[in-house]
Structures are given as structure tokens and as C-alpha cells.
Design a protein around this ligand. Structure first.
Ligand code: SF4
Ligand code: MSK
Length: 625
């Protein structure tokens, strides 16, 4: 018998979500919540991380009665290997995204595309100078070519360290060198992780964990950072601007196109096509009041940061957005796109369109978007959406709320500009105790957790304590819907944060971008540490992913810890089957890298733990608590 999903009230804190879950149930449409109920209880071995499928002598499961797999691997080895591969998966996702941006830069340089261009020349030159490339007196194309070659080389095996280690404080680099944790090449660390976890290789759990950390660092300071920086070069570096969020951004009288996934390479082209006057005219002729592009998940964050395009929702809103019945097309690139969207789109007139050969969905309409054909393909997609408008069943349309305002666009460049050209005012505000510290709240939704309950509560608890919050990924929409991403949110903050943010006219919770943009937070931490001549682990900062679900979020958490940032997770990864691995993650890493994970489902307690940590770090820097 099918298991009952939880009552709607327990699934989300948002009215728009609850209304759409109710609509789905009334219309007999299955969502993630029904499927979670079907899958519960989950396999205990898998939850503990003590199952191994790495060879056909197995699969093996470890318990007190069966302490070793067929090959002799124990729980510690198996848990570490599984966690290492989990991290490799996440690092590969972010980094392959970064590589795609290098390939677009290459197409621009080679003249293979007119659809993309170098938008922020100053940033390209700054990146070149930072990574040791001569800029003075050279043609932009030559500089761009060297930047491209250098970043491609960051994926390979020929370097001793990746380029952006130029940003890392020396003390941190010394720690990595001593531990054998210095990231050399992105693909190299990922491939080595797969090699080490083959049967009969790295059978020492702590050693495997060190390499997992190295792999994640190649993501944070490599693939992700390249992805962020080249996105800024190609599409422009974000600046503060206002926009809106929640399902109310979907418009009843317009052709609605939702972009979903991660890479702005596709979504920027869809937006450009949707602004094409001929296509707008065609939409109007068919009775629409225009074409409305809105975002989901991280490609939504990319468009929001640079173009102010509204955000329809985060991870658990992706199915529900289609259930409004008012979406003509969902256009996806890759990552975090539930395959169920194809079936849900099929329950409406919605066209589900995939655009990347590496992320095809059975039942989708496929367009191969490449640099040379991007705009033309995007126009065809937008045209399909326009033609779908006539197929919409007005009787099934329900857009459940009005949008809320949000402020976005906080790149490091924008923050420095707002501070008058340097980080000094921020350093002074930290020294004075007006801003006692900063925590990045990042990551996802997970249907095991009431949607956004933890993401929002933690942000509110932290700002009360004068701790500045930076949000990325799916936490952005949560913070926005809770009214935390507008300057008026200073009313919810402590007195110091209220004073500083009030003077600058910014919210106490800053939107810092998409998942790859956590690299911006790493860069900010490194810049602050360098300004104070300390290590990142000496700073009063932290990171949290309360409702995480993905391999990528785990990689982000691990590169934060390995970079010296105390990091909270709302629930543990599947490592509890090994005391060695669990102890290392939650305490042992402190001695090695100066930071650990902590797992805590209660957000009031979590905020208190960050508060204690920040007090200790402030004391260490000779500052008042
Ligand atoms: Fe079992 Fe060892 Fe093979 Fe894993 S590698 S499936 S533990 S025999
Ligand atoms: S999209 S990784 S659900 S944040 Fe980046 Fe959101 Fe998490 Fe995907």
C-alpha cells in the first residue's frame, strides 16, 4: 500500500508552496513529497555509509556481525571511500560548469560566436594580473588567450598548484602543503579520488579524507572560482539592484519561461531571445502582454545577480512552479533538475526543454546549445514557448501570491565599491564590534526538512547577534521570501549591524550569488585574512548549509572547512557508520586545518555555537567579544 506523505502544513513554511502542493494533490499529481514517503524508511546501511558497491566480489554491507567486506575493507575504509566519491561528484559538477565557461571564452577569442562577448574587460585584466599574466601594452585578445590557457591548465596534471592559490593566505597554503592537501589540478584530484577508492588502493580512512579535502579545494579555489570569475567577465560583474521573488513572479497575462539549472551560458541567451522585438511582437499578437523570464535555483541566481530577473523559487519550488499551470516552458541546463519535472510538465501544456548533451532528460525536447548557435537556438525555444501560450488551460491556472521585493547583486567588487574602494571600512566595523562576524548560509532544500524552516530561522538568529549573513544558492529565495533581502530588514538585526547596514542602505543578509559563487565568499575571507595578516581560520566567520541535499553542497562544506572555516550542516552526510571518519569530520580536522564541521538540527543552538566561535576568534584577534 502506498505510504501517506506528511500533511501539507509540515512540508513548507511558505503559503505559495502549500497552495501548490494542495493543488497537485487535488489534481492527482505526484511530487517529491509523495516519492519521499514511498522511499521511507531508507536503507540503514546506505544511511550509515557502510555499503560498498565498488566491485563485483560485493556488494558488501558492514555490521557488527559482518565487520568486513569480501575484500576485507572495514566500515572506516568503506565510509571514507563513499564520502570521497561523493565529494568527487560534487567537485566535478561545479568544475565542469567552470570548464564550460572557459570554452565559451575560447569561442569568443576564436571568433566562433557573436552571441557571447567579453563584457567586463577590466575584470579580465585584473584576473590576468592576479594570475601572473602580463597585461600592460598587450591586446585584450592576447591577454584573454593567456587567461584561457592558464585556466584550462588548472584542470590538468602539469601544475604544482592551481592559479587562484595566489589569493590564499600564506599560512593557509603552508597548512595545505604540510598535509599534502594543496590542490594541483581539478581533473587530477577528481580522477585520483576515483583511483584511490578502487578496490585495493587507499585503505586508510584519514588518508582518503585528506584527499577528499584536496579534491574539494580544487573545486572551491579552482573550478567554482573559474566559473564565477569568467561568468563575470562574459556577462558582467554583478552590481546591487532590486528584483522580486516567489511564485507570484509568474504572470497570468504573459508567456512564462522558467530557466532552471546552473550555468548562465544558456539562461542569458534565453533572456536575450525573450527581449527580441520580433518575438515580443509575436507573443503580443497571440494575446500575451509580453514574455516573462523567471529563474529557478542557481541559473536563476545568475540572472538575478546580473540582470535583476525575478526568482520563481528554489529547489523544492521547481515542481510547484509548473503546477501553477501558467508556465509555457521550463528550459534547463544541468544540476538539481528533478527528472520528475518532465512528467509534471506533461500534466500541463508546459514544454520541458533540455539544452546540454551532458544533461538529457527522457521525454524532453532537446536543443543542443553551443557557443556558435546559442542565440538562434534560444530564439527557437522562446518561439516554442510563445506558441504554447495558446494551449494554456485558463481554468487550471493558479498563481498563489504577490511577489516580494529583494535586493541582489553583491559581488565582492560591488561591496568594495559600496565601501568606498577598499575593505578597510568592513575591517573597522568588525574591529569595532558593529559587525561581530559573518556567516555564509548556502545550499539547498531537502524534502526531509520543512522547506526553508532552517534556512530562514538561522539567518534571523544570526543577524540578531550582529553577525552579517551572506546567502547563495537556494537559501537566497528563502531569505528573500522572508523579507531579509531588503534594506528594511535591518529592523530584524542587532544594533551594530543595523547601524552599519543602515548607513550603507544595504540589507543585513546579502545575496552573494549561485552555488559556484561561494567562491566569492572564499575570496572575501582570503582578502580579509590577508588584510589582517592572519589565516582564514583566525577570522570570526562561519559557513552553514542547513537544508543541504547534494554532492555539490558537501563539496562546498568540505572546501570551507579545509579553508579554515567552521561549518555547520543541518544533518550529517552518510558517514555515521565510521567513528574514525565522523570524529575526523566533527573534531579531528580542527587540529589539522583549524576548523571542523558541526552537525546541529536546532537553529537557535546553531546560532549560539557560531556566536561562541565568533567570540573566541574575536578574542584571538585582540578584539572585544
Ligand atoms: Fe565488497 Fe570490497 Fe568489493 Fe567493496 S571493494 S564491494 S567491500 S569486496
Ligand atoms: S541549486 S545544489 S539545490 S543550492 Fe545550486 Fe539549490 Fe543546492 Fe542545487
Amino acid at each position: 500500500m502506498a505510504k501517506e506523505p506528511k500533511p501539507i502544513e509540515e512540508l513548507s513554511i511558505w503559503d505559495d508552496a502549500k497552495a501548490m502542493i494542495a493543488k497537485a494533490r487535488a489534481e492527482g499529481i505526484e511530487t517529491v513529497h509523495e516519492r519521499l514517503a514511498q522511499q521511507t524508511p531508507h536503507c540503514k546501511f546506505c544511511e550509515l555509509g557502510t555499503t560498498c558497491r565498488n566491485c563485483t566480489m560485493g556488494p558488501c554491507r558492514i555490521s557488527a556481525k559482518m565487520p568486513r567486506g569480501v575484500c576485507g575493507a572495514d566500515a572506516d575504509v568503506i565510509v571514507a571511500r563513499n564520502f570521497g566519491r561523493f565529494i568527487a561528484g560534487g567537485s566535478a559538477g561545479h568544475s565542469d560548469h567552470g570548464r564550460d565557461l572557459i570554452e565559451v571564452l575560447e569561442a569568443i577569442i576564436e571568433g566562433e560566436t557573436k552571441d557571447y562577448k567579453i563584457t567586463d574587460e577590466a575584470k579580465l585584466k585584473a584576473l590576468a594580473a592576479e594570475t601572473g599574466i602580463e597585461v600592460e601594452g598587450r591586446e585584450l585578445k592576447d591577454v584573454a588567450t593567456d587567461v584561457m590557457e592558464n585556466f584550462f591548465a588548472d584542470f590538468g596534471s602539469r601544475k604544482k598548484e592551481i592559479s587562484f592559490l595566489s589569493r590564499v593566505p600564506q599560512k593557509r597554503k603552508d597548512i595545505w602543503a604540510k598535509l599534502g592537501m594543496t590542490p594541483r589540478g581539478v581533473d587530477r584530484e577528481i580522477a585520483e579520488m576515483m583511483h584511490r577508492t578502487h578496490m585495493g588502493c587507499d585503505n586508510d580512512a584519514p588518508n582518503t579524507m585528506i584527499h577528499a579535502a584536496r579534491t574539494s579545494l580544487s573545486d572551491g579555489w579552482g573550478g567554482s572560482m573559474i566559473g564565477t570569475e569568467l561568468s563575470d567577465v562574459i556577462f558582467g560583474t554583478p552590481t546591487p539592484k532590486m528584483s522580486t521573488a516567489n511564485l507570484g513572479v509568474i504572470k497570468e497575462d504573459k508567456v512564462n519561461i522558467l530557466v532552471h539549472g546552473h550555468n548562465p551560458v544558456v539562461s542569458e541567451m534565453i533572456l536575450a531571445a525573450a527581449r527580441d522585438p520580433e518575438l515580443v511582437e509575436k507573443a503580443e499578437k497571440l494575446g500575451a502582454k509580453g514574455i516573462n523570464v523567471a529563474g529557478l535555483c542557481c541559473t536563476g541566481n545568475e540572472l538575478l545577480m546580473r540582470q535583476g530577473i525575478p526568482m520563481a523559487g528554489n529547489h523544492l519550488m521547481t515542481e510547484l512552479a509548473i503546477i501553477t499551470g501558467a508556465v509555457e516552458a521550463v528550459v534547463v541546463d544541468y544540476q538539481c533538475i528533478m527528472p520528475s519535472l518532465v512528467q509534471i510538465a506533461g500534466c500541463y501544456h508546459t514544454k520541458f526543454i533540455d539544452t546540454a548533451n551532458k544533461a538529457r532528460f527522457s521525454g524532453a525536447i532537446h536543443f543542443d546549445i553551443e557557443p556558435h548557435n546559442a542565440l538562434q537556438q534560444a530564439k527557437e525555444i522562446v518561439n516554442l514557448a510563445i506558441e504554447g501560450f495558446a494551449e494554456r488551460d485558463a481554468g487550471r491556472v493558479d498563481i498563489p501570491c504577490e511577489p516580494v521585493e529583494i535586493m541582489t547583486g553583491f559581488s565582492n567588487e560591488a561591496v568594495i565599491a559600496a565601501l568606498g574602494g577598499s575593505l578597510d571600512p568592513l575591517v573597522q566595523a568588525i574591529a569595532a564590534g558593529d559587525i561581530r562576524g559573518a556567516v555564509g548560509i548556502v545550499g539547498c532544500n531537502n524534502p526531509k526538512i520543512k522547506q526553508d524552516s532552517m534556512n530562514v530561522e538561522l539567518a534571523k538568529e544570526l543577524i540578531k547577534k550582529d553577525i552579517l549573513v551572506l546567502v547563495t544558492g537556494c537559501v537566497t529565495t528563502a531569505a528573500g521570501k522572508a523579507g531579509l533581502l531588503v534594506p528594511d530588514a535591518i529592523e530584524m538585526a542587532g544594533p551594530g549591524l543595523k547601524k552599519v547596514c543602515g548607513a550603507l542602505g544595504i540589507p543585513p543578509v546579502l545575496h552573494y550569488g549561485s552555488c559556484v559563487d561561494n567562491a566569492r565568499i572564499l575570496q572575501l575571507c582570503a582578502a580579509l585574512a590577508n588584510a589582517l595578516n592572519v589565516d582564514i581560520s583566525d577570522l570570526p566567520v562561519g559557513a552553514s548549509s542547513p537544508e543541504w541535499y547534494s554532492e555539490k553542497a558537501a563539496a562546498i562544506g568540505l572546501y570551507a572547512v579545509a579553508s579554515g572555516i567552521y561549518t555547520h550542516l543541518g544533518h550529517p552526510p552518510n558517514i555515521l557508520g565510521s567513528e574514525v571518519v565522523t570524529d575526523l569530520a566533527t573534531s579531528g580536522l580542527e587540529d589539522l586545518v583549524g576548523a571542523t564541521f558541526f552537525i546541529e538540527p536546532d537553529m537557535v543552538k546553531t546560532a549560539e555555537m557560531f556566536d561562541e566561535r565568533i567570540k573566541a576568534k574575536r578574542k584571538g584577534l585582540g578584539l572585544s567579544e
